[in-house]
Structure formats: C-alpha cells, structure tokens
Design a protein around this ligand. Structure first.
Ligand code: 13P
Length: 232
C-alpha cells in the first residue's frame, strides 16, 4: 500500500531531526512517502522512504518572492507532491484551475502529484459529494495523458473527516471510491481523514483503497508503527 505522511505545518528543526531518525528505523513492506514542510525537506536524505512536498508554486524560478518551484523541488530529490489539499483550497483560496496548472508543472518535472479531493459537511448534507468530486477530478485530469493518469495518485479526503475523529462508513467509502475509479480508472486512490491505528482494522477490509494519506498519525511514530503492522 501507499502510505503518505503529511506533516502539515508541524515539526521544528530539532524535532524533525529525531522524528526522521525514528522514521528511518521503521521496517515495513508498504511504500512510505514523507511530505515534510519545505524547510525540513532540506534535511531529508532518507533510506527506503520517498520524499514528497506539500505544495508547489505555479511559477518558474525567478522574481516570485516566497515561492518554491517544481524544478527546485526536483533538485532536492522530491518525487511526490500533494496538490489541492483542502486546507490550501480553503485558506489560500486555491482554485481547480490553479491546481490543474500545478499538476502540469509537476509532471513536466517528473514529480508525481497526489491530488486531494473531498467535500465539506454542508456539501455532503446537500447530497453534492459526487458533484464536487467530479468537478475537482475532471478539471485536474482533463488534459493528462493515459500515462500521466496512471502515475497520478488521488487522495479522497472528506473535509469533515480531517482532524475530527470521524470517518465515512465502509459503504460510503466503497461508493465514492467506485465513483472516483470510474472517472480515473488508472490512478491509485488513497483515503485520508482521521485515519488511525484503531480504525485501520475496518478500513483495511476495503479492497478499493490503495493506501492512506495520514495527517495527525504521521507525527506519532509509536502509533504509526502499530498502524503499519496492521495495514494489509
Ligand atoms: P488527519 O489524519 O489529521 O485527519 O489529516 C488528514 C489530512 O488532511 C492528510 O492530508
């Protein structure tokens, strides 16, 4: 399975040093992708763990203060990059159009995008989940080649499940994964949102899930180890 670790805006320099050392001690058959903050990317030269970023700039190198380009990520051996996380869609007002462009920039640099899609609680209650997912997905993949769609990783993260301790029912996950895989059958699809070392017992029974995108759990090595042991 693909297990992507989204550190979000956590772990200062010293904390990251010991976190990284502990992470490297983990032995697992799963594919681990660590997505630290940009600053901590510079500290990463990890054995058996792939390196990811949490965002990429729309710009090339140049006069774009505060931006980090796809070519710069590549020069730090970044192989994956989260795009369109709901926190960026909400706080940085990222649009589907910008996300599509970021995906193109990443592919040009042979960095695999991890595209996040998911509905708010309001949208879910209004029965709009499929509509939202379709809009976010179609706009992101419309110009991709078959090869790129195969490389693309999609992460279904219902916004109401992120950091709340709530997760969809297995049937709800099966329904939405079936829907996503109808739209982009070649892509791997991860589940994200309040995944932990306990609910993995039921989540791992869902065959359609190709892996997980972990937020809070990525920061707790002891619980992460239990989670990885339980993952199928
Ligand atoms: P939590 O696992 O903390 O709910 O976060 C999920 C997430 O947003 C990962 O990108």
């Amino acid at each position: 399975m693909i297990i992507a670790l989204n550190n979000k805006s956590n772990l200062e320099k010293k904390e990251f040093k010991s976190y990284k050392e502990n992470l490297e001690k983990i032995t697992t058959k799963h594919k681990l992708i660590l997505c630290p903050t940009f600053l901590n990317i510079g500290q990463c030269n990890l054995k058996n763990i792939f390196l990811g970023a949490q965002n990429v700039s729309l710009s090339e190198n140049g006069a774009f203060t505060g931006e980090i380009s796809a070519t710069q990520l590549k020069s730090y051996k970044v192989e994956y990059c989260i795009v369109g996380h709901s926190e960026r869609r909400e706080y940085q007002k990222e649009t589907n159009r910008e996300i599509k462009k970021k995906i193109e920039k990443l592919f040009l640099n042979n960095i695999t995008p991890i595209l996040c899609v998911g509905e708010t609680l309001k949208e879910r209650n209004e029965g709009k989940t499929e509509e939202i997912i379709k809009e976010e997905l179609l706009s992101a993949i419309e110009r991709l080649t078959e090869k790129q769609k195969k490389q693309l990783i999609i992460a279904y993260e219902p916004i109401w499940a992120i950091g709340t301790g709530k997760i969809p029912t297995p049937q709800e996950i099966i329904d939405i994964f079936t829907y996503i895989k109808k739209i982009s059958p070649e892509s791997s699809v991860l589940y994200g949102g309040s995944v932990n070392e306990k609910n993995i017992d039921s989540l791992k029974k869902i065959d359609l899930i190709d892996g997980f995108l972990l937020g809070g759990l990525s920061l707790n090595i002891d619980k992460l180890v239990i989670f990885l042991q339980k993952c199928k």
